[in-house]
Design a binder for this molecule. Structure first.
Ligand code: LLP
Length: 425
């Protein structure tokens, strides 16, 4: 639950706003964001990585207002498409604090990023090194680049969000020598300035040992680069991926000890090799945006399957939270419209899509008297829910409301049928 929230009298109060009032005012399904929670997590990262750089990973959740919060909190921004870049630039986000990612950035996207003057481009392949080199020369600019390295670390998370093993689309492999070859190619192009190495081992990771192994391997590559080329790279980017609690029973890692551990390892390896310690960069997305978001749904139908469970259908589903169906992600939820003393029933909260895998919460104990018109609140939905939302079955995407000191305001309005039909001939 968001830091500034409480369960009270059968409902949830987020930053001073009763979710029943929010549902009445803005409709459901509704994404609610505790602004102070988001901002305080930006500050936690800045404090833990004091002296290093924190880039918020916009893919977790980005809109104009969020870009403003990130800017005001003094973080950088990681974008991975022209669209994400457009959101940032539209609110005057300083381009030098933007990093551009992606395994298949188009020439048009790269050109836009170079023209805007983004702070760094994280190159992901040999094709891209050549492409950025060509475009930078055409535009007469010198592009700052980091090389995305796959370090071979096995991150213990879902296959779809593990990104450090060799057999996958991202990055240049350390083990095969591709990363070292990428360094040679970048250094051979005068219009590229190699500022550092980058690694992102995966997402929703609880076992932090993987970050440390990746950091150590990258630090070793830094020393090899110095030996082979006499070049000292100033930056080491360790990506994002720190896990958050989705269930009461989850014990998410604290960021401060992770930061301290990473810095120690990198310092040790570099000092042993006689290298200056590089500035670290991290790119948290979920850890900043996730915990402060809550989704509110209204119950429509309830169906009891004798002896098994009860299906509680809500007015959204896999179009506003794809994570359960895509990754088998686990969520919980509570009744948020009233108190109930009814005995618990094993429930599955499902959406309204034409798909039996359309599940929001796989297993949860809800009061037996849950009925049409009740509200359910699903916590920890601030990251990768609105940003992964889609329009399957022509459902309009829900609004996002930010709450601060008891005052709520729409930061992304609910889509309308006109939005859905726009652009069709
Ligand atoms: N940096 C890079 C290069 C990334 O690819 C990502 C996430 C991040 C940083 C931020 O990772 P975070 O701190 O948020 O874990 N849709 C999936 C997550 C995909 C993550 C993709 N990359 C999910 O809902 O779990």
């Amino acid at each position: 639950w968001p830091r500034n929230s409480a369960r009270r009298d059968g409902t949830i109060v987020i930053a001073g706003a009763d979710v029943r009032d929010l549902a009445r005012e803005y409709g459901t399904p509704l994404y609610v964001v505790d602004e102070a929670d988001f901002r305080s997590r930006c500050r936690d990262f800045k404090a833990a990585f004091h002296g290093d750089d924190v880039y918020y990973a916009g893919k977790a959740f980005l809109c104009k207002e969020v870009a403003r919060w990130v800017d005001q909190e003094g973080l950088g921004l990681d974008v991975c498409s022209s669209g994400e870049l457009a959101v940032a630039l539209s609110v005057g986000f300083p381009p030098e604090r933007i990093a551009m990612h992606g395994n298949n950035k188009s020439p048009a996207e790269l050109e836009r990023a170079l023209r805007a003057g983004v702070g760094r481009i994280v190159v992901d392949s040999f094709d891209e090194i050549a492409r950025v080199g060509y475009l930078a020369e055409e535009l007469g600019v010198r592009a700052k680049v980091q090389i995305r390295v796959t370090t071979g670390v096995e991150a213990h998370t879902h296959e779809f969000i593990a990104t450090a093993h060799d057999d996958q689309k991202f990055g240049l492999s350390l083990g095969s020598g591709a990363a070292a070859e990428a360094v040679r190619r970048v250094l051979a192009l005068p219009q590229l300035e190699l500022v550092g190495l980058h690694s992102h081992i995966g997402s929703q990771i609880f076992d932090t040992a993987g970050f440390e192994v990746a950091a150590r391997r990258l630090a070793v590559l830094l020393t090899q680069i110095k030996q082979e080329h006499g070049v000292v790279l100033p930056e080491l980017d360790l990506g994002g991926g720190y896990g958050i609690a989705y269930l009461e029973s989850d014990d998410a890692p604290d960021i401060k000890p992770i930061a301290d551990g990473l810095r120690q390892i990198v310092s040790r390896v570099c000092e042993d090799a006689g290298l200056p310690v590089p500035r670290l960069t991290v790119e948290p997305g979920r850890t900043i945006a996730g915990p402060g978001g809550v989704t509110i749904y209204e119950v429509g139908t309830v169906k009891d399957v004798e002896g098994l469970r009860t299906y509680v259908s809500v007015d959204g589903g896999m179009s506003d939270n794809l994570r359960t169906s895509l990754y088998g992600a686990e969520y919980s939820c509570v009744l948020a419209s009233r108190s109930s003393d009814a005995p618990p029933m094993l429930s599955r909260v499902v959406g309204k899509h034409c798909e039996s895998g359309d599940i929001v919460v796989r297993d949860v104990w809800l009061p037996r008297d849950v009925t049409a018109g009740d509200l359910l609140a699903v916590p920890a939905t601030g990251a990768y829910c609105r940003s992964l939302a889609h329009n399957y079955n022509y459902l309009p995407k829900p609004a996002v409301v930010a709450v601060r000191d008891g005052v709520s305001r729409v930061i992304m309005r609910r889509e309308t049928e006109d939005d859905l039909l726009r652009g069709q001939l």
